[in-house]
Design a protein around this ligand. Structure first.
Ligand SMILES: Cc1cc2nc3c(=O)[nH]c(=O)nc-3n(C[C@H](O)[C@H](O)[C@H](O)COP(=O)(O)OP(=O)(O)OC[C@H]3O[C@@H](n4cnc5c(N)ncnc54)[C@H](O)[C@@H]3O)c2cc1C
Length: 385
């Protein structure tokens, strides 16, 4: 496989992932606790500033660097990888759509590792259709008062800000939405419940309840009432490739753990290793081909994103990347569970964690069902919406 040489940023991510983040991953999963030490380490290394312009002290990464960095982190701890993707996507929105004067201090804090941000778009009422909202906004005395409920807010109580959507204050509707930056210090919101998911157990993806949460007018992201187009143009592309990188990283980790286990595990009565069995080698080969071909596909789309972002069907290709990565992670982690046998099932290996983490891929928005339908419509020349 032809790979590009790792940049300093990706090397830094690998070093941190293998020597720090990986050490915390099992405990993060077993206790369903937010990976505070790992996020702190990402902050101290400067990696939380991955998407921040150099002018504000950040790394101003390319999309390819973003993908490779996320993959390295997610291969070590998928929860940390997903928290990082939400942070980078929200940073990207702040950078591109918040008023410059309001954005500058936040971007500097992000680059200095002092500010974690996230996306708060999903609602129970609209489910996987994250671009639609039932929450409301009204304008009073130059401020916006936000009310409603967001669900699955990754990093919930640990984030310093939230890129959050509601119906627009004027002429609002489920698809006529506005986006705001809610800061931790704002009044009028609270978190409910704890996150106890099947996988991505460190995510702290909780419910955020808004009750006339007051946001100043200079924290509107983009145009008031920017709606679905804002979500599609500003959030979706980076989110699709970022989550694809998470699942590709998990799949690689499952493949590598399986190789290590089948070489190490010997049956005493024959002296053979699992690796000496043809059926095991066949499964290992299938896993390798899936991991490598998925990575090559995602890398190629990341390069198009960097070099020709105006490519007409780039968004569809990004959807294909996410859909493929979620199929791959399911297939590879299921294969890993089979070749590693009862020992994997017992929880003695990280493989069952990879499987649980990977299963989030097809149910997180946009889900595999939704993506497949959109990709099918595009292939058949039908309108997407
Ligand atoms: C671990 C985790 C972390 C998350 N973090 C965040 C976050 O930080 N921020 C955030 O905003 N959101 C987040 N989400 C929310 C996520 O992106 C989805 O919005 C949420 O998972 C939708 O779940 P639901 O059960 O309401 O889906 P539902 O909408 O009830 O969907 C259930 C099923 O129906 C299918 N379905 C629904 N509509 C259609 C359709 N039109 N066509 C075909 N099939 C359809 C779906 O594919 C799915 O299989 C997170 C979710 C998870 C699991």
């Amino acid at each position: 496989m032809v790979t590009k040489p790792m940049t300093n940023t990706v090397e830094l991510a690998r070093e941190l992932a293998q020597n720090g983040i990986a050490t915390n991953a099992a405990k993060t999963d077993s206790t369903a606790s937010f990976p505070e030490a790992s996020i702190k380490a990402l902050g101290e290394s400067g990696l939380l500033g991955l998407m921040v312009p150099k002018a504000h002290g950040g790394k101003e990464a390319t999309i390819r660097e973003f993908v490779d960095t996320v993959s390295e982190i997610a291969a070590s701890c998928a929860s940390t990888g997903m928290i990082f993707v939400m942070h980078c996507c929200a940073t990207h929105v702040i950078k591109n759509t918040l008023d410059d004067a309001a954005a500058a201090p936040i971007l500097r804090d992000i680059a200095a590792g002092k500010h974690l941000t996230t996306l708060a778009c999903s609602e129970r009422g609209t489910g996987t259709h994250f671009y639609a909202s039932h929450s409301t906004s009204k304008k009073e005395d130059g401020k916006y008062l936000l009310s409603g409920e967001k669900c699955f807010v990754t990093s919930a109580r640990y984030a310093d800000s939230y890129v959050l959507s509601t119906q627009a204050a004027e002429n609002g509707g489920p698809l006529a939405t506005s986006f705001y930056l809610v800061e931790k210090s704002d009044k009028g919101y609270e978190f409910q419940g704890d996150w106890n998911g099947l996988g991505l157990r460190g995510n702290e993806s909780c419910v955020l309840k808004l009750n006339d949460c007051a946001v100043p007018a200079d924290r509107v992201l983009g145009e008031e009432g920017a709606g679905v187009g804002f979500a599609i143009a500003t959030i979706l592309p980076l989110f699709l490739i970022g989550t694809a990188a998470v699942y590709t990283g998990i799949a690689r980790a499952a493949y590598e753990a399986s190789c290590a286990h089948v070489k190490d595990r010997h049956h005493k009565h024959t002296g053979d290793a699992l690796a000496d069995l043809q059926t095991i080698r066949r499964s290992i080969a299938d896993m390798k081909v899936s991991v490598h071909s998925t990575k090559a596909f995602i890398d190629s789309i990341a390069d198009i994103f960097d070099e020709s972002p105006e490519t007409p069907d780039l968004l569809i290709q990004l959807m294909e990347a996410k859909l493929l990565s979620t199929k791959t992670v399911k297939e590879v982690t299921m294969n890993a569970m089979q070749v590693c046998g009862g020992i994997a099932y017992s929880g003695a290996l990280p493989v069952e964690r990879y499987m649980r983490d990977g299963l989030a891929g097809s149910v997180m928005a946009p889900t595999s069902d939704v993506l497949a339908d959109l990709i099918g419509k595009s292939a058949l020349g039908q309108p997407l919406m």
